[in-house]
Design a protein around this ligand. Structure first.
Ligand code: NCD
Ligand code: ZN
Length: 355
């Protein structure tokens, strides 16, 4: 450590532009972890059943705030930004209601069968969903995209790259003014597409895709807590993600994709996809940026570029990280069961300062 190694990092209070909070006891177990670090979060709608209407999103938001209050969190300091789950049957008028609600900020596209709870997802985007896409473009509301093709015969490591040609490019050609967020990009292909494309396109990047390549899934055996979708990729892809995330390009911003699943459903014959990172998201991102020698780029990635893309004000508060080696807990309470956070048992260089 040199004398100019910072011991404290004061950031503008960040936002999480991609978060799974679940519902019921699971929601109550996790929501305070996000609220401790983030002022706002884009909350994913893949509940069972999915959140497909503005009324359901408003009711879900109330449950989130009630759970945060129940968990002892500060409900005045956390603003859940809601999303609707796009289906083939969503009426275009729903977008007008969503906009008017003031709390629904985006619509999420899950290609049918792409990931956890995506059975109700879209089968015919440019056909049946065209009226909704037109309404989104008109209302200046972003479409958030899970960018993987779903053909089961396609290699799981190629699904994101193929999605660019098969869906992203035709979508953006048909709706050139539509704001699109390519969620949780995991490949050099995704990173370079977003960097170079014309028009209003951006991407979120998770901490695990900045810190790990696919070897992390298999160190000494199968490690289910490193399994998420889109799956970790080769090192060249991780390097490309670090490059764009730390480059100061406003198209790339923070979205943890923290996706809690009970321990028993991860450590299972057919384990669920999703890494739990809400607990320690900012220390994980700080480690990734510091490893790249770009700690100074973290503030814009975490706190500035997201609100700019969404057309929202920047937060005014701060979040302080301090350089205190901190062991990630082996597990955390999760309703009647437990959850294993990403990198459990490992030591992180940073922690969130109290207060
Ligand atoms: C997410 C989940 O569990 O809801 N899982 C994941 O691996 N990221 C779904 C998703 O965002 O794909
Ligand atoms: Zn997700």
């Amino acid at each position: 450590m040199t004398s100019d190694t910072p011991q404290r990092l004061t950031l503008t209070r960040p936002d999480d532009w991609h978060l799974h909070l679940r519902d019921g006891a699971a929601l109550e177990a996790v929501v305070a972890d996000s609220a401790r670090q983030f002022a706002r979060a884009i909350v994913m709608p893949n509940l069972k059943p999915p959140v497909t209407t503005t009324d359901a999103a408003v009711a879900y938001r109330d449950r989130i705030l009630a759970a945060l209050r129940q968990a002892g969190g500060d409900v005045t300091a956390f603003d859940p930004l809601m999303t609707l789950y796009l289906t083939d049957n969503m009426p275009a008028d729903e977008i007008r209601r969503a906009k008017a609600s003031g709390v629904v900020k985006a619509v999420k596209l899950y290609p049918a069968g792409a990931t956890t709870n995506s059975d109700a997802g879209v089968t015919d985007l440019l056909g049946r969903c065209a009226p909704v896409l037109e309404a989104l473009q008109r209302e200046d509301m972003p479409l958030l995209v899970h960018g993987e093709v779903t053909d089961p015969s396609t290699d799981v490591f190629d699904r994101e790259a193929l999605f660019i040609d098969q869906v992203m490019i035709p979508l953006r050609r048909a709706f050139p003014a539509l704001k699109v967020v390519f969620e949780h990009i995991t490949t050099r292909d995704g990173a370079h597409y977003v960097r170079d494309a014309e028009g209003p396109v951006a991407a979120t990047i998770t901490p695990q895709h900045l810190l790990y390549n696919r070897n992390a899934l298999f160190i000494g055996g199968v490690r289910p807590h490193w399994y998420c979708l889109p799956i970790l990729k080769r090192e060249v892809h991780r390097e490309a993600l670090v490059e764009v995330a730390t480059s100061g390009n406003p198209r790339f911003f923070l979205g943890t994709d923290s996706a809690p699943h009970a321990r028993g459903l991860k450590e299972h014959a057919c384990g669920c996809a999703g890494c739990y990172t809400a607990l320690h998201a900012m220390p994980l991102y700080a480690m990734a940026f510091e490893k790249a020698g770009r700690l100074e780029a973290l503030d814009d990635f975490a706190s500035r570029f997201g609100p700019e893309f969404y057309g929202l004000p920047r937060n005014t508060g701060t979040l302080v990280l301090e350089r205190v080696p901190t062991v990630v807990p082996d597990e955390l309470p999760f309703g009647a069961t437990t959850i294993v956070p990403l990198a459990a048992g490992e030591t992180l260089d940073w922690r969130v300062a109290a207060g």
